[in-house]
Design a protein around this ligand. Structure first.
Ligand code: ADP
Ligand code: MG
Length: 722
């Protein structure tokens, strides 16, 4: 086999884990400036000030901030850190850092220095990060500001250690240029909205927060094979590649035995994650060959998002150590499953109640139904902004493809809850009504525990005590969809409170008012509930009948950033200004254009410099062989198959060149369009469709020609790690 040498060499790389695992509890969070470290390194005032900042959003005074900075610096230096950085999440979707040394040179000597202002604020010249026009290049300043609610940590990379301080990132005029700042705003919003609603049921509740557990899917490929494919290197996915005889049809990979080399990677990753306080718990093989998943225990939403961003970074690092490249792209390989990132989300009170966990008494059941139905209504009313919150050129390959949640936003709740909601809606108003009694059954909890049916085809599914947003792509910054979900639900809960209060002011009993409002919500939003197969053609037809949107691509779906719903949910609630929304819209369009443009260029390059030359070589080999055979006296008739093969190769090469040239023409036409939306549409509707044609001919050639002449690693060589 052509890449056998690489395989053999790589399979020997099974680095053993160097971390001391004799004391796992003390390993956990050992690189985090968390509660324990703070207790040790901060005085009482500083410790309390940080806690108040975290729990009550109180500002930390300057003198106290200096104390925190001193403690943090001492801790970090004792751990071997030499530099610090503000760690933030710009709109590239990646993380960003700009390191500064702890040491300043004075009089020829290196002195440690870390001031309160270095901790609280930095001014990275970030003119090269996306701002969607919010920050003109001449006004290049952007500010990062410390987020005390996400603890600082030490990142160990190669042989250096750096103190990382999670921060928000805003422009000179205060507009958000990241995902963290708006997420924090939605957290206060949902806290207020959900607490008020909770107080209908329990006056002791003072605070409600969102919880998030993120299941991360990914592919592992051999680094050497990855390096030999420029499409993987440049775009994160394969733009050509003939499907191997065996893909995932035997269903033998899912939950299968984990290959030793992969296991070592996972184990090492878990230890690294543990040091950073990321509570990874689950690991398994996924459906496609070469595909895996890891999931942590759920955490408070801001921390969960930070941890997932951090996890993606360390996956890359640990992968490198093990001779792997971790592919986080949503669709690295055609013909087999793509990767997602299930966002398991719920609401939890400061009294420890999961509001999506059905209780075992009538009142808590009504509380459960209240939140449950409000979330359904929020998802229904805001489905277009939720769809937009997960849109990207990469996720377009996955959504609506035959193995991923469809682009139609719907909710799966399972048959038991469907029945309960039906009974609830049709129930008589009187509390003595038979149907109302059914809702008030004391064992709703038990019923649900025994009835958590699953539906892998739904983009948003209720799974027992949480909703799972499954349409999120594997490389996404979860802040983006979570801002949308939090804001949509909070906005809905604010409305609910108003509607109930209106009825109460008309002398309705609270319980009756709540039920009446919930019933009307259910009526107006139940068309979004769907229990069937989301991958099927019938659902597309049915969804259309129900009037549900099917926004198949990023360009169409991004429009909702500018919609009335976005105004209602984001602007009215002060999560984004209109300008910020517009900036995000522009950034996403730009991102779409550039990504498709790069894919087009890569295709162009690979076809001309690798595929066609390989085809020409094979043509020559065949032609030589035919003429030599003729010379040796073989009859033409007996050379028919070879001649046919030669012709077939020639036809595909020829069509391939035509298809590439058509794509290049379309790209040229698109590139002269100045308006972002029109340009994105041209890339989406004119350029991208050419990819399929090119791929078809290229894959035919790959299938037909001599293995020795094909220089690009094949799917069958990349996907099966032993
Ligand atoms: P699956 O959904 O595949 O059955 P799990 O039940 O283990 O898997 O949950 C998947 C993720 O959901 C995990 O990260 C888990 O911590 C998280 N999760 C569980 N309960 C909640 C909750 N109340 N809020 C948010 N996430 C949760
Ligand atoms: Mg799950």
């Amino acid at each position: 086999m052509r890449f056998k040498a690489i395989h053999t060499a790589q399979s020997r790389i099974i680095p053993s884990v160097t971390t001391d695992i004799s004391d796992i509890p003390s390993l956990f969070g050992s690189n985090v400036f968390g509660k324990e470290a703070m207790k040790e390194y901060l005085n009482k005032d500083a410790f309390e000030a940080v806690n108040k900042a975290v729990n009550e959003g109180k500002t930390i005074q300057r003198e106290i901030a200096q104390k925190v900075a001193d403690g943090m610096k001492n801790w970090a230096i004792e751990k071997g850190a030499t530099s610090f950085t503000h760690w933030f999440q710009p709109l590239t979707g990646l993380t960003a850092e700009k390191h500064d040394s702890f040491y300043e040179v004075w009089d020829g000597k290196a002195i440690e220095k870390f001031s309160a202002s270095s901790l609280s604020q930095q001014e990275p010249d970030a003119s090269s990060l996306p701002s969607g026009g919010l920050r003109n290049t001449f006004e290049a300043r952007g500010y990062t500001a410390w987020d005390p609610s996400s603890p600082a940590f030490i990142m160990e990379k190669a042989s250096g250690k750096t103190l990382c301080i999670p921060t928000i990132f805003v422009s000179y005029h205060g507009e958000a240029l990241d995902y963290k700042a708006p997420l924090l705003k939605t957290m206060s919003l949902i806290n207020k909205a959900a607490t008020d609603v909770c107080n209908f049921f329990d006056k002791n509740v003072k605070k409600v927060g969102s919880s998030l557990g993120i299941e991360q899917e990914y592919f592992l490929v051999d680094k050497a094979l990855y390096d030999a494919r420029q499409d993987l290197v440049m775009t994160g996915r394969t733009v050509i590649g003939f499907s191997p005889a065996k893909g995932q049809q035997l269903e033998d990979h899912y939950f299968g035995a984990i290959p030793a080399r992969v296991f070592n990677f996972m184990y090492d990753l878990e230890l690294e994650a543990m040091k950073l306080g990321i509570p990874l718990r689950t690991r398994h093989n996924e459906v496609a060959p070469g595909q895996y998943e890891c999931a942590p225990m759920f955490e408070e939403i801001n921390l969960a998002v930070d941890h997932n961003q951090l996890l993606m970074d360390i996956m890359e690092e640990v992968g490198r150590k093990h001779g792997f490249k971790v592919l986080l792209h949503e669709k690295p390989f055609a013909g087999i499953n793509g990767s997602g990132k299930h966002n398991n989300w719920s609401l939890i009170t400061d009294t420890g109640v999961n509001l999506l966990s059905p209780g075992n008494d009538p009142l808590s059941n009504l509380q459960f139904l209240t939140f449950f139905i409000n979330i359904i209504k929020a998802f229904h009313d805001c489905s277009s902004i939720l769809r937009a919150s997960i849109a990207s050129s990469a996720n377009d390959h996955r959504l609506g493809a035959n193995e991923a949640p469809p682009a139609i936003m719907s909710i799966f709740i399972g048959s038991t809850l469907t029945k309960i909601l039906n009974d609830f809606e049709s129930g008589k108003k009187s509390s003595k009504g038979e149907n109302d009694k059914k809702i008030n059954v004391h064992n709703l909890l038990d019923i649900l525990i025994d009835n958590t049916d699953r539906n892998r085809t739904s983009p948003f599914a209720f799974t027992g005590n949480k909703f799972e947003f499954r349409a999120v792509g594997s490389s996404e910054n979860c802040g983006r969809p979570m801002i949308a979900l939090n804001a949509a639900v909070a906005n809905q809960l604010l409305q609910f409170k108003k509607d109930v209060d209106t009825l109460i002011s008309k002398k309705k009993k609270t319980d009756d008012a709540i039920k009446e409002v919930l019933k009307s919500y259910l009526k107006s939003s139940k068309r979004i509930l769907f229990e069937g197969n989301g991958y099927s053609k019938e659902w597309e037809v049915e969804a259309k009948k129900r009037g549900l949107e099917n926004l198949k691509n990023t360009v169409e779906s991004l429009e909702s950033y500018l919609s009335k719903t976005a105004d209602e949910v984001f602007v009215k609630n002060k999560i984004f200004t209109r300008e910020e929304l517009h900036a995000r819209y522009e950034i996403k369009l730009e991102d779409y254009i550039k990504k498709i443009q790069i894919e087009g260029r890569v295709l162009d390059d690979m076809i001309y410099t690798q595929v066609i030359p390989a085809a020409v070589n094979y043509q020559k080999k065949l032609a030589d062989s035919i003429s030599e055979s003729l010379e040796a006296g073989v009859s033409k008739k007996n050379l028919k198959q070879l001649t046919d093969l030669l012709n077939e190769i020639c036809i595909h090469s020829d069509s391939l060149r035509t298809a590439v040239e058509t794509m290049v023409d379309e790209r040229k036409k698109a590139n002269v369009i100045t308006e972002a939306k029109k340009k994105a549409e041209a890339y989406c509707n004119k350029v991208k469709p050419c990819f399929d044609k090119i791929r078809k001919h290229s894959d035919k050639i790959e299938r037909l020609i001599d293995d020795d002449l094909w220089k690009i690693p094949k799917y069958r060589e990349i996907l099966f790690i032993k």
